[in-house]
Structures are given as C-alpha cells and as structure tokens.
Design a protein around this ligand. Structure first.
Ligand SMILES: C[S@@+](CC[C@H](N)C(=O)[O-])C[C@H]1O[C@@H](n2cnc3c(N)ncnc32)[C@H](O)[C@@H]1O
Length: 290
C-alpha cells in the first residue's frame, strides 16, 4: 500500500495574490461555545451578527439560506442550526472572486483545482445526519474549501480533515489560520493534512463520525475500520457522477461481531460528487473506484 502524507504549516498564506483576495483582517468578537445567534427573526439575527463584526449583507443571505434549508429538511436540530448560523461561508468563497457573492446559493461552486465547494443544502444534511456531539472525534475526507470542517468545528473540538490536492490543502490551511487570527478561533481545533484520505488517519483514530465529501463506488475498508463501533459515516457511493449519499452505521453485536447498515439520506436521489481520487507517489492518478 503506497501512501504519501504532507503536513502543511501556515506559511502558504503568502501564496501569490491570496491574502489580497480574502476578506479584511478586521477582528470579530472571538468564538466561544456560549455564542448563540438568535433564531427568532431575520432582523435580530442580522443585528446580533453585526454587533459581532460581520457583514450585514452576507448575514442576511445566511439567514435566508437557513430558512430555505429548514423548509427543505436539509437542516434540523439546534446544534447544526447554530453551526450554520455561525459559519461565514463568504470567507471560504472569498478565494475565487467569481463565487464570493454566491456563497449562500444552492449550488456547487468552483474553487479551482477542478473541484467544488459543496452547496449548503448538501453540507447541512450530511452534517445533520452524523449528529456530532461535543467531544466526539470527527474525520472529514476532502477538505476542499474548508467550509464543511468549519461547520464541524462548531460541534466538537476534535475535527480532522484530509485533502489530496496539496496546494489546495495549503491554501485552505492558510485561510483557516487567517480566520483564526480574525476571531474565528474555533478553527484552531481543525487538525489538517494533505494526504490520500482513502487510508484515513490511523494515528488519530478511531473516529466517532466520518464524513466523506468525494464520490466512490465502495466504502473504503480503512475508513470503516477506523470508525468506532456505534459510529456513523456519511459517504457518496456509486458510479462516477451518479452517487447516492449513504449513512453507514457500524454496529457491534454482544458476541463482538461487526455489522453495518446503510441508509440513503436522499431516498434514492442521485447526487453527483467530485471523484475520490488516488495518490501514487506525489501524483494524483485516477480514482479508487474498483
Ligand atoms: C466536493 S469537494 C470539496 C468539499 C469540501 N468538503 C467543501 O466543503 O468545500 C471534494 C474534495 O475531496 C477531495 N478529494 C478527492 N479525493 C480525495 C482523497 N483520496 N483524499 C482526500 N481528499 C480527496 C477533492 O480534491 C475535493 O477537494
């Protein structure tokens, strides 16, 4: 089994043109677990976010998308709603001027390197389905823009994320560092590395929850192995461009035997994801599909 791991530092912040395109370094009120954005009215939410130091235009868009997600049953439960309302998607979309203002759209958005930032509807539902409790250890495969792990960081201090495209991983890692400086201190708990996520993160496991954000035709055995008995994984499984998003539960019987159950979180609807690619040496070569 060939594996390469590149652990990045924050030096990549200086990547050409990057800093100038990100939102200003002005501070916001630092994160704490006691922060509770209002959920009663749009005006109250915007006023609250504005007093924290966020942009009222994006706050309005965040509120409107939140309302649509609730209506469409893509988000439910106080903890996930809080995570959504505290996460500035616009900061993660700021790396591409063409998508910055579209951060809250019901769409996959181009973040460069041939990959996308998943839409809030998919991220909301996938996050809700794994039902993360504070203190649980959660692994994400496919860091991409970084916004999915940003949601997780509002649910637990034990978030881990892996990205296979090394320069994308470095860019997102630098963005997290910049946002931590700005006041989004919850992101300091996101442990990150550039590697082939097919093999999971053995030294950090086992995990209570695993969230996979790239599509593959089977559940990677190393990921199932690194999931705790009683744990949950959410993963797009199926042929290229035609995955179904499955919730996989790992169960342990009284005799120690391990079984799994699978449930389609969209009731059979096809949801295409970018491919779960494969690293050979330093190069991405093909996919892990069998
Ligand atoms: C839909 S995209 C990004 C989703 C991301 N969670 C977000 O919120 O923006 C999926 C990501 O999975 C990454 N990926 C694909 N194969 C991978 C692998 N074997 N290991 C780790 N990441 C992988 C892609 O490079 C891409 O960035």
């Amino acid at each position: 089994m060939k594996r390469r791991t590149f652990v990045s530092g924050s030096a990549a912040l200086a990547a050409a043109g990057f800093a100038s395109r990100t939102a200003s370094a002005a501070s916001i009120k630092p994160y704490s677990w006691d922060l509770n954005p209002p959920t009663d009215t749009r005006d109250n939410f915007i006023a609250w976010g504005k007093s924290r130091g966020e942009d009222p235009v994006f706050l309005g868009q965040r509120w409107d998308r939140f309302q649509a997600l609730v209506k469409n049953k893509d988000i439910w439960g106080a903890a996930t709603i809080r995570a959504f309302l505290l996460t500035p998607r616009e900061e993660f979309a700021s790396i591409n001027p063409a998508i910055h203002k579209r951060a809250y759209e019901h769409a996959f958005l181009d973040i460069g390197y041939g990959v996308t930032m998943s839409g809030p509807h998919i991220q909301g539902r996938m996050t809700n389905v794994i039902d993360v409790k504070r203190g649980e250890k959660v692994l994400e495969i496919g860091t991409g823009s970084g916004v999915q792990s940003a949601y997780i960081a509002n649910l637990t201090e034990n978030a881990y994320t892996i990205e296979i495209i090394a320069p994308l991983q470095a860019r997102t890692s630098a963005l997290y560092d910049k946002l931590i400086e700005k006041g989004y201190t919850e992101y300091q708990h996101i442990k990150r590395k550039a590697a082939d996520g097919y093999y999971g993160w053995e030294e950090a496991g086992p995990f209570d929850k695993i969230i996979v954000t790239c599509g593959i035709d089977h559940v990677p055995p190393p990921l199932l192995q690194q999931l705790k008995p009683g744990g949950l994984m959410v993963i797009p499984v199926g042929p290229p461009g035609a995955q179904r998003v499955l919730k996989v539960a790992k169960l342990q019987g009284a005799d120690g035997s391990i079984t799994t159950t699978r449930e389609d979180i969209y009731g059979g609807k096809i949801v295409p994801f970018v491919p779960f690619t494969k690293l050979e040496g330093d190069k991405i070569v093909g996919t892990h599909n069998r």
